[in-house]
Design a protein around this ligand. Structure first.
Ligand code: PLP
Length: 386
């Protein structure tokens, strides 16, 4: 029934397949019976496998059950969710926070409640798909500005109808490019034009800023961005997401956000694991230091080998290839050399910007990275990239 559509995808080298991992939480995992170095995880601080995080999940499961049983408005709100939300609000320096079952749900459930008919949304061209879907679900008009192009954004703001409510939407740290949104400029424009700024800091949370509070902290803008979304499935090593902001906003979301109201609450274990992860990441800042040292080692090594890297400033290091077929072939050569890093193709990224997306974590040893660089060199030569 879908054969025609699937062969169309195959003809364009856009078929996606799952790569089964037999065991391991990284950095070494078993794929097809071989030990492979994983350079693809967003578990940036290695917290998914941390004993204290795992123990908290086990205890919450024993105490409250494997699942939450219902939406929190239906069957009551459990202690792990409450504890997580107050810890997150404190961490982000906001009055309150609300957790969602995933980042995707947080974005599609928040944006339409923030702005509706008569409003205008201006979003960065490289925003995450969940932000785009959230914008589409809102009844507001929706325009795209060129990636990180502050003057393009300003011209759109200047052209809009007087007094029109406006929401500016951006990733903090871009998931497929590894660069940062120019938050100081965006924040200033938002003030000048009386617009609101919404940032999705899925990748920045735990990674950016002196305390890992995210991209806003990195720019010294801690308390100046009203709507901050982050996820718990990346540096937090668990799953779920949060929206941190003023308490009136949080109360409003509890009343109106469809992806909060009409879905089962995250399992108590995920919430407890996220709270434990937050505790560990604050207590062990050396994890972030190791992450950044690994990032420098890998980034400078890849640059030395002559790869075409995107202008990344983060642990997300995309190696630009161009067409989808070449990106796939590079990823296959890498896997043959013992390294797993995925080819990222349209529609995740724009046409002819296919890439292999490499991520490092705090758990890689310097020797892992040195071995990986040898694999990158061989695979890069075989794929004709260097
Ligand atoms: C991963 C990601 C999401 C989705 O978060 P999940 O919790 O995985 O659903 C949203 N926005 C960005 C920028 C992401 O990278």
């Amino acid at each position: 029934m879908f054969d025609k559509q699937l062969s169309e995808l195959a003809a364009h080298h856009l078929t996606r397949r799952l790569t089964p991992i037999q065991s391991g939480v990284g950095p070494m995992v078993e794929i097809a019976g071989r030990q492979i170095l994983l350079l693809a995880s967003n578990d940036y601080l290695g917290l998914a496998g941390h004993p204290e995080v795992i123990q908290s999940a086990i205890e919450a499961t024993q105490q409250f059950g494997a699942g939450a049983g219902a939406s929190r408005l239906l069957s009551g709100s459990l202690p792990p969710h409450q504890e997580l939300e107050s810890a997150l609000a404190q961490f982000k320096g906001t009055e309150a926070a609300l957790t969602f079952s995933s980042g995707y749900l947080a974005n599609i459930g928040t944006i339409p409640t923030l702005i509706g008919r008569d409003g205008l949304i201006l979003a960065d061209r490289l925003c995450h798909a969940s932000l785009i879907d959230g914008c589409r679900l809102s009844a507001a008009d929706f325009r795209i500005y060129r990636h990180n192009d502050v003057s393009h954004l300003q011209s759109l703001l200047a052209k809009r109808r007087n007094g029109r409510r406006t929401l500016i939407v951006t990733d903090g740290l871009f998931s497929m490019d590894g660069d940062l949104a120019p938050l100081p400029e965006l924040s200033r424009l938002a003030q000048d034009y009386e617009a609101d700024l919404y940032i999705d800091d899925a990748h920045g949370t735990g990674v950016m800023g002196p305390h890992g509070r995210g991209t806003a902290e990195h720019f010294g803008l801690d308390t100046q961005i009203p709507f901050q979304m982050g996820t718990l499935g990346k540096a937090f090593g668990s799953s779920g997401a949060y929206l941190a902001g003023p308490s009136a906003l949080i109360r409003y979301l509890i009343n109106t956000s469809r992806s909060f109201i009409f879905t089962t609450a995250p399992p108590p274990s995920s919430a407890a694991a996220a709270t434990a992860a937050l505790r560990v990441m604050q207590r062990e800042p050396e994890r972030r230091a190791r992450l950044w040292a690994n990032r420098e080692r890998l980034f400078s090594g890849l640059l030395r080998l002559g790869f075409n890297l995107s202008p990344s400033v983060s642990p997300i290091i995309p190696i630009l290839v161009g067409n989808a077929e070449a990106a796939l072939s590079f990823a296959e050569h890498l896997l043959a050399e013992g390294v797993y890093a995925p080819a990222i193709r349209p529609p995740t990224v724009p046409d002819e910007t296919s890439r292999v997306r490499v991520t490092v974590t705090s758990e890689h040893q310097p020797s892992h990275i040195d071995h990986a660089l040898i694999a990158f060199q061989r695979a890069g030569q075989l794929a004709g990239l260097i």
